[in-house]
Design a protein around this ligand. Structure first.
Ligand code: PLP
Length: 410
């Protein structure tokens, strides 16, 4: 037991001492931590509360009086925060499970999905051959332009030619606004379901910093732990009762057993926090910090895919800097800066090496980093990419100063 708690303390120390730039990570509030670490982890609650959102026959276990209320409260908070009447399923254990259930609710194995490939910025669950999505369905990918922007004309052409059953929008490493309206029109034209995976940008959508897919998409999936700043988990929202019924049975009993009630409580706390005016300021600052960091990297000779960012992340193309994504990730780790290697479109390197790194600002913005800090961060990254040995000590000192100025938990 002591071993585990010792390791948790070390991880806390690592988080305190590192500049966290992984675009999909964040720091939850102490209230979210408390909910996720609560007695709710003891409770089995297969099924759904027998109320709206579910069309369900209720739970398969006794003793669900309080967890029923928590789950319903969580669904209500989601609708309130996104100002939507969409139906909500808060049970998916993670984003991948949410996507699995979403596909299984309206598709049959072998159906065609038109989506963005992993190598162009999509997610594994959007059709990678090593994932269930690529194994179960026929995948057609829309391209990005030479500069890395979604090629909407290619998307429309492929939709007309391939007649997909479902068109999927959303990405893990795309730094620009996604034109949901344009993709929805294409889906309508070819009679496909329109699904949006807003995992990365959900917090920005909520705060109005990215156009919303609500009212356009039939199904919306998300994770709760990225820009939304909630516990690790997934969610599905759907346009109407008919989709909701199919989705609920695709989650349970289709692809999951008992829900993680402690995480559902954390999701409710997260959405209550995200509905406060402070969250709008936070999301705005995420975008401001990303722009400031992108500008500072460009000024230091880095290439960025698409030339910049509209959201919380950027994808640096390192070829001009003569360092691979893998090498830069490892070296930055040693000076307490955390990023992840990431393929750039048409990457000449293997997926385990890559020519790029993905850099995001949601986590450092939570601990109070401002646009004034971004040139310092860019300078550290540049120094390490250029000459690791000579600059290592100076960068460690600069990072120590940044994290001292901005503690995670006061
Ligand atoms: N969808 C997108 C766009 C993602 O970026 C991710 C995770 O990075 C997922 C789905 C999957 O989420 P999880 O890791 O919770 O399964």
């Amino acid at each position: 037991m002591d071993k585990v708690f010792d390791l948790i303390a070390r991880e806390q120390q690592r988080q305190d001492e590192n500049v966290e730039l992984i675009a999909s990570e964040n720091f939850v509030s102490e209230r979210v931590l408390r909910a996720v670490g609560s007695c709710l982890t003891n409770k089995y609650a297969e099924g759904y509360p027998a109320v709206r959102d579910t069309g369900s026959r209720g739970r398969y276990y006794g003793g669900c009086r309080w967890v029923d209320q928590i789950e319903q409260y969580c669904c209500d908070k989601w609708r309130e925060a996104f100002a939507t009447d969409y139906h909500v399923n808060v049970q998916p254990h993670c984003g991948s499970n949410a996507n699995l259930a979403a596909f299984m609710s309206v598709l049959k194995p072998g159906d065609t999905i038109l989506s963005m490939s992993l190598s162009n910025g999509g997610h594994l669950t959007h059709g990678s051959p090593v994932n269930f999505s690529g194994k179960l369905f026929r995948i057609v990918s829309y391209d990005v332009t030479a500069e890395g922007f979604i090629d909407y004309d290619d998307l429309a052409r492929k939709a007309a030619a391939e007649r997909p059953a479902l068109i999927l929008a959303g990405a893990s490493a795309y730094s620009r606004i996604i034109d949901f309206e344009r993709i929805a029109a294409v889906a309508k034209e070819c009679g496909a379901y329109f699904m949006v995976d807003m995992a990365h940008i959900a917090g920005l959508v909520l705060a109005g910093d990215h156009p919303s897919p609500f009212g356009l998409a039939d199904i919306i999936t998300t994770t709760t732990h990225k820009t939304l700043r909630g516990p690790r988990g997934g969610m599905i929202l759907s346009r109407d009762e008919e989709f909701a019924k199919k989705l609920n049975s695709a989650v349970f009993p289709g692809t999951q057993g008992g829900p993680l009630m402690h995480v559902i409580a954390g999701k409710a706390v997260c959405l209550r926090e995200a509905a406060q005016p402070e969250f709008k300021v936070y999301a705005e600052n995420v975008v401001k910090n990303a722009k400031a960091l992108a500008d500072a990297l460009l000024a230091r000779g880095f290439d960025l895919v698409t030339g910049g960012t509209d959201n919380h992340l950027m994808l640096a193309d390192l070829r001009k800097k003569n360092i691979t994504g893998k090498d830069l990730q490892t070296k930055l780790d040693e000076v307490h800066i955390t990023v992840n290697k990431n393929a750039i479109p048409n990457d000449p390197q293997k997926p385990g090496v890559t020519s790029g790194v993905r850099i995001g600002t949601p986590a450092c913005t939570t601990r109070g980093f401002t646009p004034e800090d971004m040139p310092v961060v860019a300078d550290c990254i540049d120094k390490i990419a250029t000459d690791f040995e000579s600059n290592r000590k100076a960068v460690l000192a600069a990072v120590a100063e940044l994290v001292r100025k901005h503690p995670i938990y006061e």
